[in-house]
Write a protein that binds this ligand. Structure first.
Ligand SMILES: [Zn+2]
Length: 237
């Protein structure tokens, strides 16, 4: 077989191996990223709940202030009662008192309602904090798992990189440029096998002439339909 062709076939195999590491790395990282995303979503939940609790507490505080004002008013009114001269004044004062009492009832009800909401949200925060603790402790083990996997992947990848370096040192520049030009669009199908006289890159049939060129492998032959580099698998030779 043509030496240059053989080098390009080997190079394409090494490149394929290098690319095959990418999904492995991504898969390993995605587990950690998923755990991180879960942590982030719980953090956001807690933050939102905390803000909501603050808002409800502010509403509660306003009601409490209102309640204090109303109590003061009732107290003032009872003092005024002593100074009342006419029945009209008396009626007006009674009306004011009634309104104030109604408002007090309403404010108390509102405070009780807000307290229930606050309590429920605080419970939700507690539950979220428990899940956060679980996620946090899980995160550490996920991280160390991922790191271990990445270490193994990197070791094998390093080996393949070394193989590629050796190959690149021996491959001729013209053949390499040719290969890289095709690889830009064909990626891992830059060098494809021929099966049943068809290019396994574009699946088009090859002429007898091209087919015999590929089998002889005296030179680098490309597919006339797609331009990929063709070869016949060694077992078929
Ligand atoms: Zn083709």
């Amino acid at each position: 077989m043509n030496q240059h062709l053989k080098q390009l076939i080997n190079l394409s195999k090494v490149d394929k191996e290098i690319d095959a590491f990418e999904p492995q790395i991504e898969e390993a990282n995605s587990k950690y990223e998923a755990a991180l995303a879960k942590k982030k979503s719980i953090d956001t939940d807690i933050e939102n709940l905390t803000n909501e609790i603050k808002e409800e507490q502010l509403k509660k505080h306003k009601n409490e202030l209102h309640l204090a004002e109303l109590s003061q008013k009732l107290e003032d009114n009872s003092k005024k009662t002593a100074e009342i001269k006419t029945e009209r004044e008396m009626k007006s004062l009674q009306l004011e008192e009634e309104i104030a009492k109604e408002q007090i009832t309403f404010a108390n009800e509102e405070i009780a309602r807000l307290e229930k909401i606050i309590e429920a949200k605080q419970e939700q925060v507690e539950v979220a904090k428990v899940s956060l603790d679980e996620v946090d402790s899980n995160l550490e083990s996920v991280k160390s798992d991922v790191d271990k996997k990445l270490e193994v992947i990197n070791k094998s990848r390093q080996k393949v990189f070394l193989q590629k370096e050796k190959l690149l040192a021996s491959v001729n520049q013209k053949g390499l440029t040719f290969y890289q030009k095709i690889r830009r669009w064909a990626r891992n199908t830059t060098v494809v096998s021929v099966e049943d006289q068809a290019c396994m890159g574009c699946y088009m049939l090859l002429s007898d002439k091209i087919y015999s060129d590929v089998i002889r492998a005296e030179d680098i032959t490309t597919c006339p339909h797609c331009g990929r580099i063709l070869h016949v698998e060694e077992t078929n030779e």
